[in-house]
Design a protein around this ligand. Structure first.
Ligand code: FES
Length: 81
């Protein structure tokens, strides 16, 4: 399962459609942006904040951003094994 498939799973969990979903409203960052950053090597939400600014405003998005990063990392590790 790649990160896009994880995005589909997350969308299904939250009963969302498959269009890019804004995770961070303050910085206009979507779930697709976060998955792309994870695929480029971002491994945690702190690094994500440094790179994209996610969480740099109100911080409401941090839990969901972390969930997406963790899911992508778990997927990458599973396929690397
Ligand atoms: S929604 Fe991400 S910092 Fe406010």
């Amino acid at each position: 399962m790649n990160c896009n498939a994880i995005g589909v799973a997350i969308a299904n969990t939250y009963q969302l459609d498959l269009r890019p979903m804004y995770v961070c409203i303050c910085k206009a960052i979507t779930d697709a942006d976060i998955r792309e950053a994870a695929e480029a090597g971002v491994a945690d939400v702190e690094h994500l904040t440094e790179r994209l600014g996610v969480g740099g405003g109100c911080g409401t998005c941090l839990d969901m951003a972390e969930e997406i990063i963790d899911a992508c990392r778990a997927n990458q590790l599973a396929y690397a094994a």
